[in-house]
Design a protein. Structure first.
Lengths: 284, 363
């Protein structure tokens, strides 16, 4: 039987000619229904590119992506995406942002049902007090939570989470990790979580799959995580198997990272500086 | 409450008053005194300097013009006539006043004269209305057009007419440019195929638009008794000024943040929702920047167009005064200049406030 989501030899490059960068090369991945998969990888390795491919926002150059055995044709609300940069519409309130999705996915709901649906998901991410606020006045973490609520409220078949918790402090992060696991086990949705935090992957996922560093990043090795559910962060942290898994993944990442940097010429990272006008307004 | 008050003031673009308010409340005296000096006293001072320079320039030109007039009289009519002329000029007699740049005092007198004239005309209008009220009621009952006041319009009437024309032109520009801009912004094919015509028409002078529009309107409305000069001038204003909005809307729509478009794509919003819920709100700031430019351009070209089209308004007022050549005509022209400038400034402020109200990124 075909897997729920299947990527066969997917490759993706950006740019033309001399500027062509092969970001992803020969990605093979099978995700079963209700499975929770975490992809960990270095920054710039192509994690967001992978999510965009599955979401249908970009098309692979080679290979195919099958959802329920059918090739995906463009994006759709059956795949809920939490974008890395939140992608909230700044002219809509928190409620409005979620509403846009809910209206589209559940057109049959009347106004009251719809509002209740929206409130349910917003309170799930603890943002009930910010219902009418604009994204601009929210903190980065709050925006991320709105984005999570929007994706969940669409009740998609698969949730694609692109580093959804990376902007959060450790405490909120912990509680949202619990939330994500609870939502996943309640709804039995398929989840693909992108993260740069190996611990988070181990805590949440059935399988942790490292993405090798780019260019030509690919998925080589799979780490099966066998902890029983529901998982308790404190218990797992104390479990010797946790340390073992963690070290295995980290040393694997270290190894592929080192291989890569040996091949690469020296890469100087420039600081991300932008000129800014401080407290100055244009006179007209 | 105070901070709210200050916020409102700032919002209205009157932020320069803030230090004065703070000073009255005795807050941070040193800093606020400096701010008051810089933001209030210095501008007020500059007004006086400006008036002084104008006064000096005007009297300088006046003297040159006076000498010339006396010399000319001497050459044409001899010494006695020249002395008579000099006496006449010095006595301030309006009939022999040299025609030169008016001084600030003259301008003030001109403004007063215009106001008095306006009062007089409104009086006579009122009287006319009272007189014809009965007849007009009868005419209306029997389905006839009411008798209208046909006297000379006052300066204030001219301002109203100009504002009416500029709003008609502005609305026309908005109605043409925003939808067209959205369509062009959405379709890259249309954009590249129509770019040449936009680039060519954009820099065309108001005068040419006026001629073009009147060529068309003359034929189209040949048999109608509508106000042709009004129609011609507002359409010309619209065509002159719509380009900023068209270009800005096109730019705004075609450069919507990719993140927003991704949201729309993932939700697979229909064309309608995509345009009205995502693309348009995202381009509102750009569209309004365009509209603001359009309104300023409308006001600027309106004066020239009215002047040429002989349609009533400030433009023709200026032109008539210039040709009239009465002793205070020049002063009235300068009054009109400041009124035009001030109204243009107010229009821009109003647009700025509306822009702040509707934009998501700067309120
Ligand atoms: N639209 C694009 N055009 C050209 N290059 C792109 C494009 N999108 C991504 N890339 C390149 O692909 C590579 C991978 O980018 P991607 O955003 O997928 O990385 P990532 O793993 O998500 O990084 P991070 O952890 O920082 O989010 C980068 O080198 C980036 O420059
Ligand atoms: Mg990324």
């Amino acid at each position: 039987m075909a897997a729920f989501l299947e990527l066969n030899n997917v490759s993706k490059a950006f740019g033309e000619g001399a500027n062509r960068v092969e970001v992803l090369k020969n990605i093979n991945l099978k995700i079963e229904e209700s499975e929770f998969v975490a992809i960990v990888g270095f920054t710039g390795s192509g994690k967001t590119t992978l999510i965009s491919l599955i979401a249908g926002l970009i098309e692979p150059d080679e290979g195919e992506i099958l959802l329920n055995g059918k090739p995906i044709k463009g994006p759709g609300p059956d795949r809920g995406v939490v974008f890395q940069n939140y992608s909230l519409l700044p002219w809509l309130s928190v409620q409005g942002n979620v509403e846009l999705a809910v209206k589209k996915v559940f057109p049959q709901l009347n106004k009251e049902e719809r509002e209740e649906h929206i409130r349910k998901y917003i309170s799930m991410v603890n943002l009930s007090s910010a219902l009418q606020k604009r994204p601009k006045v929210l903190s980065g973490g709050m925006r991320q939570r709105v984005s999570v609520a929007r994706a969940l409220a669409m009740d998609p078949q698969i949730l694609l989470l692109d580093e959804p918790l990376s902007a959060l402090d450790a405490l909120t992060r912990g509680s949202l990790q619990v939330e994500i696991e609870r939502i996943w086990s309640d709804s039995k949705k398929t989840v693909m979580l992108i993260t740069n935090d190996v611990d988070e992957g181990i805590l949440l996922a059935d399988r942790v799959i490292p993405l090798t560093p780019g260019p030509r990043a690919t998925l080589e090795q799979v780490f099966n995580i066998g902890f029983s559910r529901p998982r308790d962060k404190a218990l797992i942290n104390a479990d010797p198997n946790f340390k073992k898994e963690r070290n295995a993944i980290l040393s694997y990442l270290h190894k592929v990272g080192k291989q890569r940097s040996d091949q690469e010429t020296l890469n100087i990272q420039l600081p991300d500086l932008k000129p800014q006008l401080v407290n100055r307004k244009l006179p007209f | 409450m105070d901070s709210k008050f200050i916020k409102t003031i700032k919002w209205l673009g009157l932020g320069f008053l803030e230090p004065l308010i703070n000073l009255f409340q005795g807050k941070e005296t040193d800093k606020n005194v400096r701010l008051v000096l810089r933001q209030i006293i210095a501008p007020v001072l500059s007004v006086f300097i400006f008036l002084g320079v104008c006064n000096f320039g005007a009297s300088y030109l006046y003297n040159i013009e006076k000498e010339r007039k006396i010399e000319k009289t001497r050459a044409d009519q001899g010494g006695a006539a020249a002395e008579e002329m000099e006496r006449c000029i010095d006595s301030g007699e309006a009939s022999c006043k040299p025609n030169s740049l008016p001084s600030p005092g003259d301008v003030k007198e001109g403004a007063k004269a215009l106001w008095a004239d306006h009062k007089k005309i409104s009086e006579s209008k009122k009287a006319f209305k009272n007189k014809t009220a009965k007849i007009n009621a009868q005419r209306k009952a029997s389905g006839l057009e009411p008798i209208k006041y046909t006297g000379r319009p006052s300066f204030v009437d001219q301002i109203k007419t100009s504002l009416k024309t500029v709003f008609a032109g502005f609305l026309l520009a908005a109605f043409l440019a925003i939808p067209a801009g959205i369509v062009l912004g959405l379709s890259e094919t249309l954009r590249s195929s129509l770019n040449w015509i936009i680039q060519i028409l954009k820099p065309v002078s108001p005068v040419v638009w006026l001629l073009l529009v009147s060529m068309v309107i003359k034929t189209v409305l040949a048999n109608s008794d509508s106000d042709k000069s009004f129609i011609i001038s507002f359409i010309s204003v619209g065509f002159c000024s719509m380009w900023a909005t068209l270009v800005n809307t096109t730019m705004g729509v075609s450069s919507v943040d990719k993140d927003f478009l991704n949201v729309s794509k993932v939700l697979r919003l229909g064309v309608f929702s995509n345009v009205f819920k995502v693309i348009l709100p995202a381009s509102i700031p750009m569209i309004f920047t365009g509209l603001r430019i359009t309104l300023s351009v409308s006001w600027m070209v309106l004066i020239a167009i009215e002047l040429l089209a002989q349609s009533p308004g400030l433009g023709s007022f200026v032109w008539e005064e210039f040709q009239n050549g009465a002793s205070n005509s020049n002063a009235k022209i300068i009054v009109a200049m400041f009124v035009i400038g001030f109204i243009g400034f107010m229009l821009d402020r109003i647009m700025m406030i509306i822009q702040k109200l509707v934009s998501f990124d700067n309120n």
